[in-house]
Write a protein that binds this ligand. Structure first.
Ligand code: SF4
Ligand code: FES
Length: 295
């Protein structure tokens, strides 16, 4: 995929003076329908190279930018020729390559494995490298913003250090999904554990979480999914501290069951279910404690 820039960018400032992490939820007006480029018949008459360009739709991207000096965000518009099979990340990299090299976009693997390219596209958390342009509504700008509920570093990049640090008290360092033997059908019991093991630490769930939006102390869905994973398969680990963490005020009982974390998770971790599982474990632990106390 090699989208081509066809027009210089036009700034589209937004009014908000909110802090960076709040900007992710700032609504933006639509800029209206997108103009088409040269008709395909004319382009074919002009030669194969032009016909190839005309086959690509011209799409406007409305990208959030962070002005470090003013400590304020605004949107810049970029018009990009894209291929139907392309992704949002393809388009962002094309913008950086041909229109604005200062655009900050984070990515690594380009195939939905490393979890570094998380952004919000049209107000929904996605991996930019996995967000196909063909799946987005045609005829209006594609809005791209950084993840919410995390400290903004620049444009579309957030500071993940705080997010990663949440895994440690949960008793589990970040664990990557195993790709070797992915086609092998695991036994049912193993499948339970694999679901939580698959977390790619992308932070989409934390960004989508309505509780994290208002409570910065909430440990968050990914860390709680990790804690549930440890409780389900302790491997000799002492579970007392993990369950104690899960039982704290800003932990599992703070969750409102909005299920947004599970809805946006690109790796089928199902953090919402993990939180319910932890609640059951905590309740069972308390009952056991009461029985011991009464005995
Ligand atoms: S639980 Fe899912 S959405 Fe959350 S960090 Fe892990 S992979 Fe990403
Ligand atoms: S670049 Fe690795 S998940 Fe998107």
């Amino acid at each position: 995929m090699s989208p081509r820039a066809i027009r210089p960018k036009a700034a589209a400032p937004i009014e908000s003076t909110a802090a960076p992490t709040e900007l992710a939820t700032t609504p933006v007006e639509s800029a209206g329908p997108i103009e088409s480029t040269m008709p395909i018949e004319l382009a074919e008459a002009a030669g194969p190279a032009t016909a190839e360009r005309a086959g690509r739709p011209n799409v406007r991207f409305r990208v959030s930018r962070w002005n470090k000096r003013l400590k304020k965000a605004h949107f810049d518009d970029f018009d990009v020729e894209v291929e139907p099979g392309g992704t949002v990340l393809d388009a962002l990299l094309e913008i950086r390559r041909r229109q604005d090299p200062s655009l900050v976009v984070r990515h690594s693997c380009m195939h939905a494995s490393c979890g570094t390219c998380g952004v919000r596209v049209n107000d929904r958390e996605v991996l930019a490298c996995d967000a196909k342009l063909a799946d987005l509504p045609a005829g209006r700008p594609i809005k791209v913003q950084p993840l919410a509920n995390q400290r903004l570093v620049a444009d579309l990049a957030t500071d993940m250090v705080d997010f990663y640090a949440r895994f440690e008290p949960a008793g589990m360092p970040p664990v990557r999904a195993a790709e070797v033997g992915a086609e092998i059908e695991p036994p049912e019991a193993v499948r339970t554990f694999m679901r939580f093991e698959n977390c790619i630490e992308c932070g989409l769930c934390l960004s989508a979480c309505p509780v994290a939006r208002t409570n910065r102390d909430y440990i968050g869905p990914a860390a709680l999914a990790a804690a549930a994973r440890v409780v389900d398969e302790p491997r000799g680990q002492e579970l007392g501290p993990v369950l104690a963490l899960a039982a704290e005020p800003d932990s599992v009982w703070r969750c409102h069951d909005a299920m947004e974390c599970t809805a946006v998770c690109p790796s089928a971790v199902d953090p919402a279910m993990a939180i319910l599982t932890l609640r059951r474990h905590i309740a069972a632990d308390r009952v056991r404690g009461l029985l011991r106390h009464g005995a």
